[in-house]
Design a protein around this ligand. Sequence first.
Ligand SMILES: C[C@@H](N)C(=O)N[C@H](C)C(=O)O
Ligand SMILES: [Zn+2]
Length: 246
Amino acid sequence: MYNKLTKPFRIKVLLPVIFLTTVFIPGSAQDSLSKKLFVIKDVKEYLKTANSDPGKRMIELSSKVPRLVYDLRYSTRENFMNLEMYTPATAVSFLRTPAAEALSNVQKELSAAGIGVKVFDAYRPYSVTVKFWELVKDERYVANPARGSGHNRGIAIDLTLINLNNLSELPMGTGFDNFSDTAHHSFVALPADILKNRKLLRTTMEKYGFKALETEWWHYFLPEGNRFEILDISFQELIKEASKHK
Ligand SMILES: C[C@@H](N)C(=O)N[C@H](C)C(=O)O
Ligand SMILES: [Zn+2]
């Protein structure tokens, strides 16, 4: 049959069809994508990557960022899942070295004006993203586990601004993980002070290399994060490893 078709027909019609169906995977094939996603679950595997590329080392944020304040909501029940998603005793968070250094520069710049950062979440084990997705299947607000989240790669952070004198949060118009259009950067029907605070967070984060997520004013990530593997390693294991590199 194939040989009976004219050569121009084979080139002009069949080749593009074969190309398109190979490159653009139909929706039904999404499940197999997630099965193919490479996830590091063994701390020894993570260490191999960090030893060969120092930028991949996970840094505990308060060791790098002076006066950083944590409000790690997923270690408590005060989050959209209403569940303790991390071991409740988890009191620290991590980012890959370039992201931790960028955050340190953000804090340095803001502190000159008496402002600091409060971190709601940074590194998030992949298995937690899978659980989030079971409840909220909306890619505007929760990463699809088929691709994983920048949090799983250690290059995304959820944060807000605080007054360094009394540690109060600057008003941002919505709380953390308010999954509505009011939290979008494009939503500008807000009082001037709120717009100013969101703008200060965004311009400072962008100045040091982070990118904003359009649908969440609190979420920032480093671009080209795909060079950092997705991790599903516990905080306890990361804390143990980080203590050896002090
Ligand atoms: C769940 C929310 N805090 C968040 O981080 N959302 C983004 C889209 C993510 O899951 O990567
Ligand atoms: Zn986030």
